[in-house]
Write a new protein. Sequence first.
Length: 386
Amino acid sequence: MSTLQTALSRRTVLRSLSGVLTLGAVSCTEPVPPTTAETTVPRGPATSTPQAERRFGAEWERQSRTFMSWPTKAIWMEDTAAVRGDIAGLARAIGEFQPVVMLARPEDADQAQRACGDDVEVIPIAVNDLWARDTLPVFIEEAGTLKGVDFHFNGWGNKQNPHDSDAAAAAAVLGKYKIPSVDTWLVTEGGSLETDGAGTLLVTESSIVNENRNPGKTRDEIEAELKRVLGVRKVIWFEGVRGQDITDAHIDCLVRFTASGAVLLDRAFPGLAPDHWSRSADQAKEVLSANTDAHGKPFTVVDLPQPDPDKITGTGDDFVSTYLNFYVADKAVFIPKFGDAAADNRAAQIIRDNFPDREIVPVSIDAIASGGGGIHCATHDQPAIA
């Protein structure tokens, strides 16, 4: 595995933490001191658009395209070929179902096009790394118009440097596609935000109520701004964990919606000793059991167990082996396969049961997962607005 001296990547930050805790095969979440499960805060007065006119849609709704980003040698060094192979393979798989747009540095664009094939459109927009979920704009619908929110990516709290190109990528995409921008002071990432498309938002507190993103801002202030910007009506907070992974515990490795009122919950491989990650899942289940969605519907929670860490084919202290980091496209759900055949098949069946109208497409992502992320982290959907 590569180690950067002057630039900490998503990978090397996780590696530097391995002396603090043993990561092994982990999910992306972990607890911090308890907070109340959910609060309803009135929308702040500084708004020019009625909340009801904005809507943050669910991932399973109709999409125009999938955005991805081409990994760079500056971050991945000797592992560049392997991770580019994974990204190209994932792009080709998604491209069989819907349009895929790959952002690549101008000097990498030709190589990216050759690797991804004709079904993927490569556009020359500079990026630092592959994590399109976090760096690109979060799309909303406002009065029938598609708009994008630039949440001011700052390298997950300045943990990754350089991140100058990734910080500019959201504005570049909005400009290229002439998509209006929604202003906000809030700093966060797409992987921090999970919605049912019907007014409910799930968030980990550690990933956004944090001095490394939003210094001096309270949870109530941040919740009010999330409601204003995204048009959601109810925010449900989970504890998360601070400083143990580069994202500070994104929601998309802990809890994911599959329908209104229905969620999948990441679980450690059965039989492993409890740790900070499994305790985070326990805390999340308690929060979900004590709450309802924006329409008052109780949550149906289905556990999604991880594979046996002794049977996975991927390696490295940074390796993330959660199945929860899947990507829902128009006609398919793209899920990771980790080499534990029984666990891979079990996960595929659980996800198939929750998305019966879509094809389940397993994809090998060992190089991506070695960098501390997954399929959802590497993709970003643009909704289709009629």
